[in-house]
Design a protein. Structure first.
Ligand code: ZN
Length: 384
């Protein structure tokens, strides 16, 4: 909230510096060692680069194709980025500062643009999205879309890893066959993974001649409701929830006989596609109405609020997509080199592509979990 809401730019700058310096010394060394080890391994196996090795059997087929893809998309996006940046700069100038947009301005003025130009009142919007209502609506939509039935499973819940975790059994509506089970671990707590994700716990497959049902968990960090305070979600949270639950369904609906091909064990540059397509439901008025009602009055979202949100869908899309291209280009740059100075590479690409330099002294690469979490040379999959 500080980066989006705080009017004092020096406070945002302090937070931006601290945030993107997290684990800088420790993780930069680890990441840079990983890069040179990955390169050595690729060369030993006869590849020019780690990216060439990784992409060979992905949809993209080669590191050069990935680079061309990112370059072409970047060129096409450039005019949109320019107009987005000009809009943010105009807002900044109206605040009496006509210097370029910096890393600590980006989120603040993006939010301001949505609210000023598109009149999206995120605070008012949230009042209609209590977690409880969103969950009921989301599960109903998925059941209807996929012809499935979800039933709470108290027995599974009693053996889950935390009392807050919910568990469901999934059955096929037509055949009544059991499809699998899923868990939902929705609230933050000390020591818990901080991002939203889906974890496969047991893959679908044939095992000793018998069908093994899949089990997966959706892990998010939404506030926990209390008696006096409901847990209200922003629209972006609803999208995240829908996205992660899409991965859960991708796991659950698997019919692969071999576990190595089960569910989300697809090529990495395809794995985000189903969830990204399913996210589109979060921009359909009918779906939004089914997932919402005012937490006090039970009223549906007023039409003007809904219209403003839908109209803002493409706000900042030049900047947001160029940021993904920058991160994907960073990933390709470090994984097509024998060794890399990660902070300098990120700085160069951010200035060149985003036209927003990184804050001196930071290295966001040190907390770019995808680089050590299985997306190395494959972050482009989010755009592919
Ligand atoms: Zn995802």
């Amino acid at each position: 909230p500080v980066m989006e809401r705080c009017r004092v730019s020096s406070t945002r700058a302090k937070l931006e510096l601290a945030f993107n310096s997290r684990c800088k010394d420790e993780n930069t060394a680890i990441l840079e060692e990983l890069i040179s080890l990955r390169h050595k391994k690729a060369v030993l196996m006869g590849y020019e680069t780690h990216s060439a090795f990784v992409t060979e059997d992905r949809m993209s087929k080669s590191d050069r194709k990935v680079k061309n893809f990112l370059d072409e998309l970047g060129t096409k996006l450039k005019p949109l980025l320019d107009s987005d940046l000009a809009a943010l700069r105009a807002l900044k100038a109206a605040d009496g500062d006509d210097s370029p947009i910096t890393a600590c301005d980006r989120s603040y003025y993006q939010k301001k643009l949505e609210e000023d130009r598109f009149q999206v009142d995120h605070e008012a919007f949230k009042q209609y999205f209590p977690l409880q209502t969103v969950t009921v609506g989301l599960l109903a939509i998925y059941q209807e879309l996929l012809g499935l039935r979800f039933t709470r499973n108290p027995e599974l819940e009693s053996t889950a890893w935390h009392p807050d975790v919910l568990a469901y059994t999934v059955t096929d509506v037509q055949t009544d066959d059991m499809v699998g089970c899923f868990y939902m671990d929705m609230h933050p707590r000390e020591g818990k993974y901080g991002h939203a994700a889906c974890f496969g716990l047991q893959p679908a497959c044939v095992r000793s001649g018998k069908w093994q049902v899949p089990v997966a968990a959706a892990v998010c960090n939404f506030p926990k409701p209390t008696a006096s305070k409901p847990a209200l979600l922003e629209h972006s949270d609803v999208e995240t929830f829908f996205h992660e639950f899409g991965h859960v369904m991708h796991q659950l609906c698997s019919k692969a006989e071999l576990s190595m091909f089960a569910g989300t064990a697809v090529e990495r540059d395809f794995v985000e596609a189903p969830s990204q397509m399913l996210e589109n439901w979060c921009w359909q008025p009918e779906a939004l109405l089914r997932m919402s009602s005012h937490h006090q009055t039970g009223e549906p979202i007023p039409q003007p609020l809904l219209d403003a949100l839908l109209a803002s869908r493409n706000a900042n899309s030049g900047i947001l997509n160029m940021r993904q291209i920058t991160l994907a280009s960073f990933d390709q740059a470090i994984h097509t080199s024998a060794a890399a100075d990660t902070a300098a590479t990120l700085e160069r690409l951010s200035s060149e592509l985003m036209q927003i330099p990184t804050t001196p002294g930071t290295n966001m690469g040190a907390t770019f979990g995808h680089m050590g979490g299985g997306y190395d040379a494959q972050y482009y999959g989010y755009m592919w």
